[in-house]
Every structure is written in C-alpha cells, then in structure tokens.
Design a binder for this molecule. Structure first.
Ligand code: PLP
Length: 443
C-alpha cells in the first residue's frame, strides 16, 4: 500500500497523518472523519507553481474549489499564492468570508443566476468564465447597471474527447458546458463579446475532463484554441492574453492508475500552448492558466470510518459495513470510482481477507470498495480510505438524514477542526413544522 505525504505507520502499528495518530483522531473527533494532510496540500500547490516557473511561461494556477471548498482550504490556497475557481454563490461566499482576494477569483458555471452574477460583479471578482449567450446578456446588463467593465474568458467546448469516464468528460461538442467550436457558436460568442462595451475579452477557456492520464487531449485543445485565437483576431481585433486549459490532471487512487507528475502535465500544457500560438504570426504568447482541483487535494484527504456490521454469503462474498457511505462519498455509486484502504488501528497486520466495504445508506449501490484486502476486519476497527480529498466532502449529502462528517486539517502533530460534524439539530435545523401539523395525533 502506497502511503502519501506525511502518512506513516507508527510504532503502535497505527496509521499516522501529519504527526497525528489516526486512532486518537477517531477517539477525539469521532467517525466518519475527513482528515487532510495540510503539508501535502501545500506541496501540491507548490508543485504547480514551481512547474510553471521553470517553464518560463506567464501563468495563473486557480484551485478548482468544487473539489473541496471550506474557508480553511481557501486560506491555505490564498497563502500559497494560487487563484480560485468558484461556480456558485456558495463557493464565492466561502472564499470571500475566508478573506480570499477577490481579484484572484474566477467565476465559472453553466447557469449563473442573475443574483449570483450581481454578487460576483459587486465583489469585483477577477474574471467571469462566460458559458453561454444568456449569461453574456445578463452579465452585460449587470455590468452596465453597476457602471463597470468586467473581464471575461469565454468557455469553449473544443470537440476534444478526453479519455476518461463519460460523466467527467466535458470537452466534447455534445456537452452542457460552453460554446461549441463545431457549430461556430464559439466564434459568434467572441464577436458578440468583443462588441460589448461592458466586457473586456481577455481570453478563452476549455476544460476537457477529469482524471486524465495523457497529454494528447491538452495538445489537441491548445491547437483548437490557437486556431480560434487566429480567427478571433482577424474578425474582431481581439488578442487573447489568457488561455485557460482547465484542470483534470489525474491522481493515483489505486495501483492501476498511472498519472503523470504535475511537472509533466504542466510541461505538456505550456509546450502545447507555445506551439499552437507560436504558429500564428506575430501573436504574443498568452498567459497559461490551469484549474487543478483533484490533483491539489485528492491525495491529501483520508476518509476514516468505523466498521460495524458484517455478513458472509457463503461462496459469494463477505460484506463489512461502515458508519458512512454514499452520503459522504457518492463517487463509487456515481461513476464506479475505486479506492484503496487499510485498517488504521491494525495497519501492520497482513491484509489476508477479501471483503466488500458497504456504506450504511439504503441503496444497494452504496458500496465504497469492492474486493478490498484487509486484515480480517472486525466491528470497531477503523477503516482509512485513501485519496478521499476531492469530490467527496464537497459532494456530501444528508441522505438518510446522516450527519455530514467533521473535517480536520493535521499538521506537525496538531489537528484543527475546519468543519464541525453536523449535529442532529443541524439535520432538522431547516425543517419547518407548519402550525396546522403541530400537536395533532400522537407526537
Ligand atoms: N475546471 C473546470 C471548469 C471543471 O469543471 C473542473 C472539474 O469539474 C475542474 C476545473 C477541476 O477538475 P479536476 O478536479 O479534475 O482537476
């Protein structure tokens, strides 16, 4: 089993992260618990920045906050000098409440509401990544009313299919995101935006998918954006100063995953943009922006559960159930995501038993890990699921009225709660019992 970041097995045979014994974290904070290795988050941020610095290409690295968005995460990202991609008023509000510099916030989303746009214009975010004609109109109205000029990137669907799961593939023509190149919508959108006095078109954006292990998709995207840039300059006089190729850099959930190093992804991206734009006569090299989410936080997060019930179906399989499941991690049910795990309290023992780890939600599809090798798990054991930092807590729900877990950041032997576990009162906190339903019948 590959341990990441500051994780290690200590003298007591327990998993330790950030200098904290995980069994102790479970005792103090309970389970399910999301544990983030803060040093590893910071290391990943720096890998992106360092890779760009050595490429010599002007850049911005915007952390895609959808992967995991809390005020503490926003602070860490701000301290590391990254920008931030937000897609909703909630993510924007979180960032602003955390004191994130608004000029480094990029506002995304395929259906930004007029109120969200107004909030973001009012907050003076750094740029809008405009997704469709309707948004362009609303944004223009809001900017005019507020008397400001907004910086925009246009999101393009480049017609590039990243080799990844269908549900996280976004670059193909038939996608809900962005202006497609094939029908000419992207060219028209650029012409329209260039005419608007309230907008400064700074560049284009494309995000082709997630958990990508190859560089071909990024090269093909840069080519298409280069061609679009040449046409746009000819037709509108606009020169892109920014090319944003999105995120999607893969990570290793299981031994079978073969991601590239961050530096290799960034070299491929910067080379591709250099080549594609170098081919256009007299075109200044644009800034290259990326938006990594998973590759910044995915490996830094560990989900910790307590094992409870189990059942054996002779000749078929043994199930063990944990105290969380699809409510805190919908990824296996959504797209068959796979994970590796160990028993955090018996980490040195031989993993000689194959079990299927089930969640506690009322869905047959609520399986966290199929065919997981563990040392004969028993009720009370602690299951640590690695690579749980991205798109888990941020996708968590209260299905079956489970309480959303607590989140701790660990570093140098200290743990800080960054999100409290929900209480039962939180679970019913927004429920309203109308007068007419109160006090009737047995209560
Ligand atoms: N940028 C955009 C526009 C996205 O939609 C996403 C993910 O959905 C990301 C960046 C981050 O992707 P990842 O977490 O795979 O790096």
């Amino acid at each position: 089993m590959r341990l990441r970041g500051t994780s290690r097995i200590n003298e007591r045979g327990h998993l330790e992260i950030g200098g904290c014994d995980v069994t102790e974290l479970a005792r103090v904070y309970g389970t399910p618990l999301y544990i983030y290795d803060e040093a590893l988050i910071r290391q990943k941020c720096r890998e992106f920045v360092d890779a760009f610095r050595s490429s010599g290409v002007p850049f911005q690295v915007a952390y895609a906050s959808k992967a995991f968005c809390t005020m503490a995460m926003c602070r860490v990202v701000a301290e590391e000098g990254l920008s931030l991609d937000v897609v909703s008023e909630g993510e924007l509000y979180t960032a602003l409440r955390a004191g994130f510099p608004p000029e480094r916030i990029h506002f995304h989303g395929n259906n930004k509401s007029p109120d969200e746009i107004d909030m973001a214009v009012g907050a003076r975010v750094g740029c809008f990544v405009v997704d469709n004609f309707y948004e362009m109109e609303v944004l223009c109205d809001v900017a005019r009313r507020r008397g400001v000029k907004v910086r925009v990137l246009l999101r393009v669907a480049p017609g590039v299919e990243a080799h990844t799961h269908e549900y996280v593939m976004t670059g193909q023509t038939d996608t809900k995101f962005g202006f497609d190149l094939e029908s000419g919508a992207a060219d028209r959108a650029l012409e329209e935006a260039a005419r608007m006095e309230t907008m400064e078109v700074v560049g284009v954006h494309a995000h082709i998918g997630s958990q990508i292990f190859e560089t071909a998709g990024f090269r093909a995207t840069a080519e298409k954006l280069g061609q679009l840039a040449a046409r746009a300059r000819e037709r509108t006089g606009v020169t892109f100063s920014v090319v944003n190729v999105g995120g999607g850099f893969g990570i290793r959930y299981t031994e079978e995953d073969r991601p590239l190093a961050v530096s290799d992804y960034i070299r491929a991206v910067t080379d591709a943009v250099r080549t594609a734009f170098g081919r256009i006569e007299g075109y200044p090299l644009p800034e290259v922006w990326v938006e990594p989410g998973r590759s910044v936080v995915g490996e830094a997060g560990t989900a910790l559960y307590t094992i409870g019930s189990w059942k054996e179906i002779p000749g078929i399989r043994r199930y063990v159930a944990v105290d969380g499941g699809m409510a805190d991690n919908p990824r296996p049910a959504l797209y068959g995501a796979r994970y590796e795990a160990i028993l955090a309290n018996r980490a040195n023992e031989p993993a000689d038993t194959v079990v299927t780890v089930a969640g506690k939600c009322c869905e047959s599809g609520d399986m966290l890990i199929r065919d997981c090798r563990l040392p004969d798990p028993r009720p009370g054991d602690l299951l640590a699921v690695f690579c749980s930092g991205a798109y888990q807590y941020s996708m968590a729900s209260n299905y079956n009225r489970l309480r959303r877990p607590a989140v701790v950041f660990v570093r140098d032997g200290a743990a800080d709660v960054v999100v409290k576990r929900e209480t039962l009162d939180d679970v019913v906190g927004n429920d309203v019992l109308p007068e007419r339903l109160k006090g009737r019948g047995p209560a």
